[in-house]
Design a protein around this ligand. Structure first.
Ligand code: TPP
Ligand code: SF4
Length: 313
C-alpha cells in the first residue's frame, strides 16, 4: 500500500471524509496489485478532485465537470488501462452531469467515485445537486429551494452496469466495493457518502452513525442480473431501495449487470481499424528512421476522404 502514497502535502481539512476515500483507493489498488503505469486516476475540480495528486499512479487533474470526458478519451485510446474517475457531487452531477449520463449510456469500462458531501466544498459550502429541498447547511442564508438528484437512480436510468453506495468512514467496506467495481467490465459508479466537516453541519458522521445499514446483511437482497429477462425487475428493485433515506439508509451494491457489452467492444466490432488488443495509443507513430508514419501525405489523404479537399501546399 505504501507504494501508492505520494509525498504531496494534502490541504484537505482535518477530519474530511476525502481521506477515507483515498485510503480505500490505496488499499484496493494494493490488493488488486494494480500496475501504477497501467492505472489512471482522473478528476475534475473541487476538494475531492485533488485525489490524483495523493495517489501514486498516472493522474490527470482536469477542469470542472470534465473528468469523465477526459477518462473517455484515455480509455478509448488505450482500453488496457484501468481508469478511475474521482469527483465531487457538484462536479459530476452538476456541471458534469451530461458526461455522467453519457458514460452510463456507453457502458465504457471506467469506474467513477462520487465524493458525495452534498455541498460544493472547495467554493465554501453552496448547495450541491444532492442536497434535498428545504435543507439549510451552514453556508446557506435560506433553505435549499431545489429538489435533489438521487445518484443511484440516475446512474441506473443512464445505463451504468455496476451501481453502489458506500460511506467514506467505512474504509474496508468501500475498499471491497471498489475492488468489485474495478473488476467489473463496464461503467461502474460508487456514490460515496462523505462528511464535509467544514461546511455540512447536517450530514455529519453523527448523522450517518445510527442510520447506515449494509444491503448485504439482508440475505434476500440479490443485485446481480444473471439473465437478461431479470434486468427490468432488478433495476426497479434497486431504484426503489435507493429512495430509502430516513432513519435507515442503505449502503452496498444496488445493481450489477455483467451481461452488457462495453462501448469499446462495440466500437471494435463496428470499426475493424480499432483494436482493443492493439489500441491507438500503442501503435507506432514513427518509422525506424524516425520519420512520422502519419505525415502530410497521409493527412491529406485522410482529410480528402473524410472531410475536405486539401490543396497541395
Ligand atoms: C467552469 C467552472 N465553474 C465554476 C468553478 C468553481 N468551482 C470550483 S470547485 C467548484 C465546486 C466543487 O464542488 P464539488 O464538485 O461538490 O466538490 P467538493 O469540493 O465538494 O469536493 C466550483 C463551482 C470552476 N472551477 N470552473
Ligand atoms: S471543505 Fe469540506 S470537502 Fe473540502 S477539504 Fe474541507 S472538509 Fe473536505
Amino acid at each position: 500500500m505504501a507504494s501508492y502514497r505520494t509525498e504531496v502535502w494534502s490541504d484537505w481539512c482535518p477530519g474530511c471524509g476525502d481521506f477515507g476515500i483515498l485510503a480505500a483507493m490505496q488499499k484496493a489498488f494494493a490488493e488488486l496489485n494494480l500496475d501504477p503505469a497501467q492505472t489512471v486516476v482522473v478528476s475534475g475540480i473541487g476538494c475531492s478532485s485533488k485525489t490524483p495528486h495523493f495517489i501514486n499512479v498516472n493522474g490527470v487533474h482536469t477542469i470542472h465537470g470534465r473528468g469523465i470526458a477526459f477518462a473517455t478519451g484515455i480509455k478509448l485510446a488505450n482500453p488496457q488501462l484501468k481508469v478511475i474517475v474521482n469527483g465531487g457531487d457538484g462536479d459530476l452531477l452538476g456541471i458534469g452531469v451530461a458526461h455522467f449520463v453519457a458514460l452510463g449510456r456507453r457502458n465504457l469500462d471506467v469506474t467513477v467515485l462520487i465524493h458525495n458531501n452534498k455541498v460544493y466544498g472547495l467554493t465554501k459550502g453552496q448547495a450541491s445537486p444532492t442536497l434535498r429541498r428545504g435543507e439549510k447547511v451552514k453556508s446557506l442564508p435560506v433553505p435549499n429551494l431545489q429538489d435533489a438528484v438521487n445518484p443511484i437512480a440516475l446512474a441506473i436510468a443512464s445505463g451504468y452496469t455496476f451501481v453502489a453506495r458506500a460511506y467514506s468512514l467505512w474504509v474496508d467496506h468501500l475498499k471491497e466495493i471498489l475492488k468489485a467495481a474495478i473488476n467489473h467490465k463496464g461503467s461502474a459508479v460508487i456514490d460515496v457518502l462523505q462528511p464535509c466537516v467544514t461546511y455540512n453541519d447536517i450530514y455529519t458522521a453523527e448523522f450517518y452513525k445510527d442510520r447506515l445499514y449494509k444491503l448485504e446483511d439482508d440475505p434476500s437482497w440479490d443485485p446481480i442480473v444473471r439473465d437478461p429477462s431479470e434486468d427490468e425487475e432488478k433495476k426497479a428493485a434497486a431504484i426503489k431501495k435507493a429512495e430509502e433515506w430516513g432513519t435507515r439508509i442503505p449502503v452496498g451494491v444496488f445493481y450489477v449487470n455483467p451481461l452488457k457489452d462495453t462501448y469499446e467492444e462495440r466500437l471494435a466490432q463496428r470499426n475493424p481499424s480499432y483494436s482493443i488488443d492493439n489500441p491507438p495509443a500503442l501503435q507506432p507513430i514513427s518509422r525506424e528512421d524516425g520519420s512520422p508514419i502519419v505525415g502530410p501525405d497521409e493527412f491529406r489523404k485522410i482529410f480528402k476522404r473524410f472531410i475536405v479537399n486539401v490543396k497541395k501546399l
